[in-house]
Design a protein around this ligand. Structure first.
Ligand code: FES
Ligand code: FES
Length: 163
C-alpha cells in the first residue's frame, strides 16, 4: 500500500510525514518521532499504556492509525513536565510513590490530564471510587492502585485549591 502524506501537531510542534496507512499512531510516535514515553503493552486496546490525547480526548494510540491523526493535535506524556521540572500531576505521583516499573504511568498520566483539563473549576474533589472508575481503562501490574489513587486525588485537589 502506498504511503500517504499527513500533517498534524505533536506536543505543539508541526509534523509532516509520509506514512504507510497500516502504521498505528503508537508506532509512529515511538518509531518515527522517537517519543518512546507512549508505551505499548497489549496492542489491542485493553491495557491503556498507549493512551495519548488527540484533540484533547484520551485515545488508545495502538487502535488508531497515524493517518487518522491527520490535522489533529496530539499530545503525549512528553508534553507534561521534564525530569528537572515535573508538572503537578507527575510531582504528586513521585510524592505518593505511585509507580514502580512505570510502564503504565504515561497512560495513566494522560488519562488524568484529560480529566484535569475538562474538570469544572469549582467541582468538589473526586472520591476514591470516582478515580478508580476513571482509571478503570488503565491496567497497572505493580502498585495495587492505592498510591495512584492517592496521587490523583492530591493533584486534583491541589489544582482546585482544596488542599
Ligand atoms: S497498548 Fe494500547 S491499550 Fe494496550
Ligand atoms: S507501575 Fe508497573 S505496571 Fe504500573
Amino acid at each position: 500500500m502506498s504511503a500517504r502524506s499527513i500533517k498534524f501537531t505533536v506536543n505543539g510542534k508541526a509534523v509532516e510525514r509520509e506514512v504507510e496507512p497500516r502504521v498505528s499512531l503508537a508506532d509512529f510516535l515511538r518509531n518515527e518521532l522517537r517519543l518512546t514515553g507512549t508505551h505499548l503493552g497489549c496492542e489491542h486496546g485493553v491495557c491503556g499504556a498507549c493512551t495519548v490525547l488527540v484533540d484533547g480526548k484520551s485515545t488508545r494510540a495502538c487502535l488508531m492509525f497515524a493517518v487518522q491523526a491527520d490535522g489533529a493535535a496530539v499530545r503525549t506524556v512528553e508534553s507534561l513536565g521534564t525530569p528537572e521540572k515535573l508538572n503537578p500531576l507527575q510531582q504528586a505521583f513521585t510524592d505518593h510513590h505511585a509507580l514502580q516499573c512505570g510502564f503504565c504511568t504515561p497512560g495513566i498520566l494522560m488519562t488524568l490530564t484529560e480529566y484535569l483539563e475538562q474538570r469544572k473549576p469549582n467541582a468538589p474533589p473526586p472520591t476514591e471510587a470516582e478515580i478508580c472508575d476513571l482509571l478503570s481503562g488503565n491496567i497497572c501490574r505493580c502498585t495495587g492502585y492505592q498510591y495512584i489513587v492517592d496521587a490523583a486525588i492530591t493533584a486534583i485537589s491541589n489544582k482546585a485549591g482544596a488542599v
